[in-house]
Design a protein around this ligand. Structure first.
Ligand code: ATP
Length: 328
C-alpha cells in the first residue's frame, strides 16, 4: 500500500442498521492487519466533538459480527451541522494524531463527512449503512437484506392470520423516499399489491385489482405500503377507503415500524460489511478520500460522496411487472 497511515478513526452515524457492527469489526481488524491504530468514536459525530473516542484492538470487536444495532452507538448531532462544532471535532482528531475517518451511515452522515473534508482537507471515506437501500453508487446498503428478510418473516405471520379470517391486510413498511423494501419484501412475501413512493398508480387501480382477486376466489390478501407512498393518504386512510368501497373485505392494518431496523444481520449483510470494511481501509491507504465504498455487480467500487448523496438509486421497475403478473 502506498500511503502508510498510523492512526484512523471509525464511527457510526444516523439511523442504525444491521451490519454496522460487522463493518466496524472489519475496519478495526483491517487496520490492525496493516499496523494502523484504530480509534472507535462513540455517539457518531457528537463523539468527535466531545472527544469520546479510544483505541480499539482486534479483540475489542470480538463477538459483534452477529449483533444488530451499533456498539459504537449512533447520534444525530446538531452541533456537527455548525462550523464551530466541526472545528471542535477536527481539533480532537488532530489532538489524537488521527489521519483519516471512516463514517458508516446514510446520506446525511455522508453530507457531514463531505463538508468536513472540504473544510479541513481531512481524509474521509463512507460505508453505506441504512436499511432503505437508497444510496447511489452501491447495489446494496448495509442492513437492507436483513430488513427485507425481517419484513418477509413478519408478513408470513400476518398471512397466517389473514387467511384464517378472510381478511385483507395493509402492511406498512419503512421507506419514506424509496420503495426498495416494499417492492422486494412484497414480492418475497407474495403480496397482492405494493404501493411505493416512486410510482403512484392511484387508488382506483388498487380497488380494481382487489375486486379481480375477490372474483377469482381469493379470500384473503396482503397489500404492502411503503411509508412514503404517493397516494396522498396514509396506510389507515387507504385501508378505510378500500373498506368503504369493497365492503365484503374485512380490513386490518399492521405498521411494522422499528422492528425492521433491528435483529441479527443476515449472512449477506455480514459478508457485505466485511468486504466494505476491508475495502474502506485499503482505499484510505491508497490515498483515496471523499468517496463511498459500494458494491456493484459483486465488485467493490468507489463513488465520490457528492455523487452518492445527490444521485438517485433507481428501483427496478421490472419488479412491479412481476408483482402484477403474479398477483393474478
Ligand atoms: P438515515 O438514512 O438512517 O437517516 P443519515 O446518515 O442520513 O441516516 P442523518 O440524521 O440525516 O442520518 O445524518 C446524521 C448526522 O450527520 C446528523 O445528525 C449530523 O450530525 C450530520 N449531518 C447531516 N447533514 C449534515 C450537514 N448538512 N452538515 C453537517 N452535518 C450533517
Amino acid at each position: 500500500m502506498e500511503n502508510q497511515l498510523k492512526k484512523i478513526a471509525v464511527l457510526t452515524s444516523g439511523g442504525d442498521s444491521p451490519g454496522m457492527n460487522a463493518a466496524v469489526r472489519a475496519v478495526v481488524r483491517t487496520s490492525v492487519f496493516y499496523n494502523i491504530n484504530c480509534f472507535a468514536v462513540y455517539q457518531g459525530y457528537q463523539g468527535l466533538i466531545d472527544g469520546n473516542m479510544k483505541v480499539i484492538n482486534a479483540r475489542g470487536v470480538n463477538n459483534i459480527i452477529n449483533k444488530g444495532g451499533t456498539i459504537l452507538k449512533s447520534a444525530r448531532s446538531l452541533e456537527f451541522r455548525t462550523p464551530e462544532g466541526r472545528k471542535k471535532a477536527y481539533d480532537n482528531l488532530k489532538k489524537n494524531q488521527i489521519e483519516a475517518l471512516v463514517v458508516i451511515g446514510g446520506d446525511g452522515s455522508f453530507t457531514g463527512a463531505m463538508i468536513f473534508q472540504n473544510e479541513f482537507n481531512f481524509p474521509v471515506i463512507g460505508i453505506p449503512g441504512t436499511i432503505d437501500n437508497d444510496i447511489y453508487g452501491t447495489n446494496y446498503t448495509l442492513g437492507y437484506d436483513t430488513a427485507i428478510n425481517t419484513v418477509v418473516e413478519a408478513i408470513d405471520k400476518i398471512r397466517d392470520t389473514a387467511s384464517s379470517h378472510n381478511r385483507l391486510f395493509f402492511v406498512e413498511v419503512m421507506g419514506r423516499d424509496a420503495g426498495h423494501i416494499a417492492l422486494n419484501s412484497g414480492i418475497g412475501a407474495g403480496a397482492e399489491e405494493i404501493l411505493i413512493p416512486e410510482e403512484n398508480r392511484g387508488l382506483e387501480q388498487l380497488l380494481e385489482s382487489l375486486k379481480r382477486s375477490e372474483k377469482s376466489g381469493k379470500s384473503s390478501s396482503i397489500v404492502v405500503v411503503a411509508e412514503g407512498d404517493k397516494t396522498g393518504k396514509n396506510v389507515f386512510e387507504i385501508a378505510s377507503y378500500v373498506e368503504k368501497n369493497l365492503p365484503y373485505y374485512e380490513v386490518r392494518v399492521s405498521v411494522l415500524g422499528h422492528m425492521q431496523r433491528g435483529g441479527s444481520p443476515s449472512c449477506f449483510d455480514r459478508v457485505l460489511a466485511s468486504r466494505m470494511g476491508v475495502h474502506a481501509v485499503e482505499s484510505l491507504l491508497k490515498g483515496e478520500s471523499n468517496v463511498m465504498v459500494g458494491v456493484n455487480n459483486d465488485q467493490m467500487e468507489l463513488t465520490p460522496l457528492e455523487k452518492a448523496i445527490k444521485g438517485k438509486s433507481e428501483i427496478n421497475k421490472d419488479l412491479l411487472r412481476v408483482t402484477d403478473i403474479l398477483s393474478i
